[in-house]
Design a protein. Structure first.
Length: 462
């Protein structure tokens, strides 16, 4: 969520114009900024008391240098920094999406499929971080941002630098008690396997909605981290089997990030049995006709960043969701107010095409994001048989969207990318006539086999 700038906030940091507030933490404040070329960035400005501490400046400089080494799809890259400025600052790529802590707080724990998709992204992020010789040191739900195309890990080592200055003189440990490894809690040396423990704790939170080692004074939480057992009650079995080895008190017994990724991939493939073959397209399926609301295939939405349109950017910043599906579906009223819902019967089709023995496609994650009046649902899928050719959906739980099928070669307003498809549905966002929908969606292959469908909830976020 992006807040408005306060009267005491700066308007410019380095070459970046500040547009709004993203948050605050132990190191300082975080702002949404824009470069002269129109690139959105997250600008972190350290607290004045830390800026005046030479020890902090040295540590901050070292951490920024380490962070610059890290690259990868699932990290927020460092794009600029000035560690010698009167108030040191750091700019990273802006991620348009809520934090994991916000998502779980607002929508509840993730289901098994979404947890595995999250785990895959986070393990890939840690693999990139560790390959650069960097230990994150403070992996926690608020440091995981849920972008439309997957999670992003932020603040690797940077937030640790801020806390180290105030805590180290007293001989205390650095990190967030609920998510730090036992060796970190004991003030011992940390390494990549310490991050794996933190990852297990983060996944436990995402699976249960609770801090894995409870709440209370930091000393009590740290005691449970070192000697207690994590709270994994209600965690899906498929994910619990992956979390438990990560939370082993002995670092040598934990999997590496690469080993964990292999386990996540295997769990994704084995989580559900192959569904029974179903007809690809029944003769009475209907598809919409008439003008397409957004024209031909669109580019994936990105937030507006022009300075005169700050209000639009602030509204759009919370639009991205992340696969929190089938967890809290409520029954909503009819969407009969959908505008221009013309349909035409598509005759014929491939309803009786023989099926094949190849493995059907599987949906492994979903999320939603908003663009103007539309809410896009996006499906990520695996295609072990390499025969996926299209997708379909239908309204459920009171939503009157008719059954629709689209091929990947002609997805109408859909956006087809490698192993994912996005499709917009008009929810009236911003018109004062906003409504919600629930749809059941699936992927189908060239032989008529369908994936197991998923339920997706679509709602305006602004």
């Amino acid at each position: 969520m992006v807040g408005v700038l306060q009267s005491a906030d700066p308007q410019l940091i380095g070459p970046y114009q500040l547009l709004g507030r993203l948050g605050a933490g132990g190191m300082g404040r975080v702002f949404l900024g824009m470069s002269a070329a129109g690139r959105p960035v997250a600008v972190k400005i350290v607290h004045a008391k830390l800026a005046a501490d030479p020890e902090f400046r040295a540590r901050f400089s070292s951490e920024v240098a380490a962070a610059r080494k890290v690259s990868g799809l699932f990290t927020a890259l460092v794009v600029d920094a000035d560690v010698d400025a009167p108030v040191p600052w750091l700019a990273t790529a802006y991620v348009a999406g809520p934090s994991l802590s916000e998502a779980v707080r607002n929508r509840g724990p993730l289901d098994a499929g979404s947890l595995l998709a999250l785990a895959a992204g986070l393990t890939k992020s840690l693999t990139a971080i560790h390959a650069a010789g960097v230990v994150h040191g403070d992996l926690k739900p608020s440091n995981v941002l849920l972008a439309p195309d997957g999670p992003r890990v932020i603040d690797f080592g940077i937030s640790q630098a801020a806390e180290a200055t105030s805590l180290a003189p007293g001989g205390l440990v650095v990190g967030t008690p609920s998510y730090m490894a036992p060796e970190q809690a004991a003030g011992m040396e940390v390494g990549p396997l310490s991050d794996v423990f933190s990852l297990g704790a983060v996944l436990a939170f995402a699976a249960t909605g609770r801090k894995p080692f409870g709440t209370g004074p930091p000393a009590a939480v740290l005691e449970r981290v070192v000697r207690g057992t994590a709270d994994l009650e209600d965690a899906p079995a498929e994910v619990r089997r992956l979390i438990e080895p990560c939370l082993d008190k002995d670092p040598g017994q934990r999997p590496t990030a690469a080993e964990l990724l292999a386990g996540v991939t295997a769990a994704q493939l084995a989580m559900e049995p192959a569904p029974a073959p179903e007809p690809r397209r029944p003769p009475d399926a209907v598809v919409p006709s008439g003008p397409r609301p957004g024209g031909a295939r669109r580019r994936r939405w990105r937030p507006l960043i022009a300075a005169p349109a700050v209000a639009g950017l602030l509204a759009a910043s919370g639009a991205a969701g992340y696969g929190v599906i089938a967890a809290q579906h409520q029954r909503y009223g009819s969407a009969a107010a959908q505008t221009g819902s013309k349909v035409a019967i598509e005759r014929g089709g491939l309803a009786h095409r023989p099926t094949s023995s190849a493995a059907p496609p599987r949906i492994i994650g979903t999320f939603t994001y908003q663009q103007n009046e539309m809410v896009y649902f996006e499906i990520s899928y695996s295609d072990p048989g390499h025969q996926a050719v299209g997708f379909g959906f239908t309204g459920v739980d009171g939503s009157d969207w008719p059954t629709q099928y689209y091929s990947f070669s002609d997805p109408a307003n859909g956006i087809v990318e490698a192993n994912s498809i996005s499709y917009p549905l008009n929810q009236g966002c911003g018109t004062g006539l906003e409504y919600t929908s629930d749809v059941k969606a699936w992927i189908y292959d060239s032989s008529g086999n369908r994936s197991k469908p998923v339920i997706i909830h679509l709602a305006c976020t602004t």
